[in-house]
Design a protein around this ligand. Sequence first.
Ligand SMILES: [Zn+2]
Length: 477
Amino acid sequence: MTSFEAVIGLEVHAQLLTASKIFCSCAVSVGGEPNTRTCPVCLGLPGALPVLNAEVVRLAVRAGLGTGCAIQPTSVFARKNYFYPDLPKGYQITQAELPICLDGQLTLDDGKVARIQRIHLEEDAGKSIHGDSGTRVDLNRAGTPLVEIVGHPDLRSADEAVAYLRELRGILVTLGVCDGNMEEGSLRCDANVSVRPLGQDAFGTRVEIKNMNSFRSVRDAIGYEIDRQVGLIADGARVVQETRLWNMDLARTESMRSKEEAADYRYFPDPDLPPLHLDPAWLAAQRADLPELPAARKARYQQALALDARTAAWLVEEPARAVAFDQAVAEAPALAAPFAAFLMTQVQAQLQRSARPWPELAAAMPALLATCGKWRGGQLSNKMLTELLQAAFADPARTLADALAHAAAQAGAVVSDDGALEPVLDGVLAQFPAEVAKYQAGQRQLTGFFVGQVMRALGGKADAKAITALLARKLGG
Ligand SMILES: [Zn+2]
């Protein structure tokens, strides 16, 4: 049986974090009454002239610099002509032949380099709202600034596609280009997927997948589509070039339209917008203004703070989390590695079960660091720590920082004093003479058993290190 290889390229649309739209001063925001954030320009009224928002250019340039692109000194806006009810002008303003950024790349965690073909600026369309009484059009979104980041077909599996998207999202969020919210659609991803027999150079027929609004959807949809295409070819059928939508509920891609009937967009330069020229001095200043990017941060975590690769990648994946972590451990670098592991395991487990939003967690970083320090120092047992975190995360009346302090006060103190531990340990040793004999014969792994027995007798509120030390003194360790 022939083995197949998948060929995947992503087209990512990122909504730029500007206050106003790309060619007018209407506000960019979510929600509100339909058609309240509109003007003659974004309504596409005859005679209205677009004026380019300078902040849009700055953010697109940052996206290009962050992904290693060559920033183009001159780029040109073009009209992409098509008819759709949510596009009142009858064309979308985008960049076609001369985009603002060309030839970038992303390095994935496993060292693989995936090339970026281009980044271009464009305006978003409005929204059609389908209801019982018909379809209405809301143009609040029309003219929202976007960059489209087009990758080369360098990815070979669904996991690689997700890794690419995570890396790209981390860079865009770190640079303040986009908020990275896939559920709300401010970061949207389409995937071109084809398969070919291993060893063949020519590409197979490609299918474009749309409607994936989470990393999980991207992984599942691409995985499904690869299997579907391999299945078709194995059955002697052929893959049809088309656009397919990911149906998350049914976990399958479904045909939307055939690409063979796709429109000819008749691109031509927009006569209302002059070519965009970038000043070299301004561009140099933009280049000098870049913050530490996720890849550099990840390397620093591993080299300077001794974090393992997996923990470093997890922290960096959410830039707000990494920033809060950096601030918290600035004063206590020695605690960085255990604190990062603590966040990724114990705290992450609580977060998944609670409704606490991430920004609140960032605000509670110092309190979390203090809690971790107490646990590491033996002032909180494992059981006390779990109970404390559970209580704090489930406390809706307080901020997380306050809830942690409150839960810590409620938890009380561990028993670490030899005077209090000794009678309990003596009782345990008297109860298990056979284990004592084995321990004294050299089976030091029984330490955990004795510590566990003392811990149980004290309701989980005991200092494991103190018990271990006492045990060693009593039985000769
Ligand atoms: Zn407007």
